[in-house]
Design a protein around this ligand. Structure first.
Ligand SMILES: Nc1nc2c(ncn2[C@@H]2O[C@H](COP(=O)(O)OP(=O)(O)O)[C@@H](O)[C@H]2O)c(=O)[nH]1
Ligand SMILES: Nc1ncnc2c1ncn2[C@@H]1O[C@H](COP(=O)(O)OP(=O)(O)O)[C@@H](O)[C@H]1O
Length: 219
């Protein structure tokens, strides 16, 4: 039997919400892309944002780029699972795709800030697994923001000055990963997801599975 989540261990489970947060430039986007590529059964939550599109970004893949009026309308209609203001722009998670994925037994990956993580945790504590990504040093963080070459010097200065505030929320997260080297950080994040998928409480099919094992043993 194949479980809904695409894994092959034969036991159904409830989908989980896997959250990555970090100061800008620490590597969330890089690690998220690798996770989506390499972990079956994991879907990315594509946020809505009012911030301008960066070179190389694609509407509907990286974000749903919307204007302020549209964003306010989505929030008012309760179409967002959470939302927050970051760097003067609005960011929010469309509710419907997340609920559809979880119902289908898929896990959902979120690249959201600490404000959004708090809101998800309040709504669904048991289903949220949160990881905070730290850069190895301030110098590395600044270098990464510059090598990404997608923001002006002024925007980068703003992001650096917000980094310390963002980082002050590290202790609210379940796991902390220091992104020195992408391969190691990816292996750590992947291990967290793999272990969390095995948590007893999420594995709704265990009672049936064990009952069947017992039946086989006793017959
Ligand atoms: N609360 C919340 N935060 C979001 C959402 N989407 C993105 N963010 C956060 O907004 C911040 C800025 O994102 P972005 O402009 O793409 O820059 P980045 O930091 O380089 O990824 C990051 O901390 C994201 O995690 C969302 O839907 N909700
Ligand atoms: N471990 C790492 N070592 C060196 N550069 C990295 C590492 N992780 C990410 N980067 C680079 O740093 C820049 C910022 O990473 P990104 O994933 O966009 O961060 P975030 O989404 O957290 O803002 C990108 O150019 C990315 O390729």
């Amino acid at each position: 039997m194949m479980a809904h989540d695409g894994s092959f261990d034969g036991v159904e489970r409830r989908g989980l919400m896997f959250v990555l947060s970090s100061p800008s430039g620490a590597g969330k986007t890089t690690l998220s892309r690798l996770l989506i590529e390499r972990m079956p059964g994991l879907r990315m939550s594509v946020s809505a944002t009012t911030r301008p599109m960066r070179p190389g970004e694609v509407d509907g893949r990286d974000y749903h780029f919307v204007d302020r009026a549209r964003f306010e309308e989505m929030a008012k209609r309760n179409e967002l699972l959470e939302w927050a203001t970051v760097f003067d722009n609005r960011y929010g998670t469309p509710r419907a795709p997340v609920e559809a994925a979880l119902t289908a037994g898929q896990d959902v990956l979120f690249d959201i800030d600490w404000q959004g993580t708090q809101q998800l945790r309040e709504k669904a504590r048991q289903d949220v697994v949160s990881v905070f990504i730290l850069p190895p040093s301030a110098a590395d963080l600044e270098k990464r923001l510059h090598t990404r070459a997608q923001d002006s010097d002024e925007v980068i200065r703003g992001r650096m000055s917000r980094a310390s505030h963002e980082m002050s929320h590290w202790a609210e997260y379940d796991y902390i990963v220091i992104n020195r080297n992408v391969d190691d950080a990816f292996a750590e994040v992947q291990s967290i997801l793999k272990a969390e998928r095995l948590k007893r409480e999420r594995r709704t099919g265990l009672t049936t599975f064990v009952r069947e094992l017992q039946r086989q043993l006793e017959s």
